[in-house]
Design a protein around this ligand. Sequence first.
Ligand code: T4K
Length: 364
Amino acid sequence: MKNIYVTQPFLPDLGEFTALIEEIWASHRLTNNGPLHQQLEQAVAEYLGVDHLSLFGNGTIALMTALRALDLKGEVITTPFSFVATTHGITWNGLQPVFSDIDADTFNLDPERIEAAITPETCAIMPVHCYGTPCDVDAIGEIAARHGLRVIYDAAHAFGVRDAGGSVLRHGDLSVLSFHATKVFSTLEGGAIISPDAETKQRIDRLKNFGIVNEVEVDGIGLNGKMNEVQAAFGLLQLRSVDAALAERARVAARYRAAITGIDGLSCLSPGMAARENDAYFPMLVGEDYPLERDALYEALRERGIFARRYFYPLISSIPAYGDLPSARAENLPVANRIGAQVLCLPIYPDLTDEDVDRILEAL
Ligand code: T4K
């Protein structure tokens, strides 16, 4: 029986990709804001309904650049329930991460706990729209305004997610996307920063290109965060079928949800937390009423060729680099610790067939 992994990227037509690669060959333009990069930047911004977007070579460099662009010093309040890149981006900027607990219904930062974590050293909040579920952006925005803090959303999971007012990426000072191969929309590796205005976008575009202004001027300490033409070519083709891919993800999620509500001890996030969801992940919680503990279920599924993943276990606050921080103590993060011990992300991707889903449900 074939193995089923937590995700599988959907690939564009190889003939169409080859045609674009031939264009790249003919032009000899491989990177540094080439024509396909320019096309993709505009096309992704249009698709998402945002005005100012900068493409990046990956999401982690985009996170690092976003924090750098705001010229921050001090502590950044963030979630322990995410991929390690969220906190690493903070630390690579010489900033101090401070972990704050999550909400049990959304798995995103709990605004009340953010407020309690603020000190005179706090300069910013970095929430994550975890699994693509929007954060409580109004409460976070209000807290940030009251305390004079910047907000940088790690929106790595939130491609295409909309709330009642439009793209969820418009909130905060900056939002950062990932276009990794495992994401809803991919450029092989890739990412983007959404800026509120043209001036901020220009600062970010310079920072991702070493700080270069022109042949003789370098403004600030930039890095190399650029996306190349091959990545952009892949992205242009992916964008054409992203709506179809989202529809297929919704099909899988609906099938899981309908069945899982009938299995004692298993629960999943409520649908409808965004006006438009992206079903980037399908997390479920393995509760006490289920006959197996989460890790035993994870192993039992593996034995059946089903590679679900424990995103996000261990918590970022539990890895050696961060485990000694005062905010990393388990008593400070009771909800994140509980969810981290119970969560299991089931396979979800456009090409997962109804038969595959039924095989997974049968195993559960
Ligand atoms: N912030 C958040 C909240 C994030 O979740 C991430 C990335 C970032 C920031 C950083 O963005 P990037 O710098 O990555 O753009 C994966 C991804 O590598 C990572 O991008 C992602 N989050 C994280 C949640 O998941 P792994 O170590 O679990 O990936 P891996 O290699 O085990 O892949 C999972 C499964 O996907 C494999 O079993 C098979 C399948 N797969 C994977 C790849 C890479 C494929 O079928 N094809 C592939 O090419 O981290």
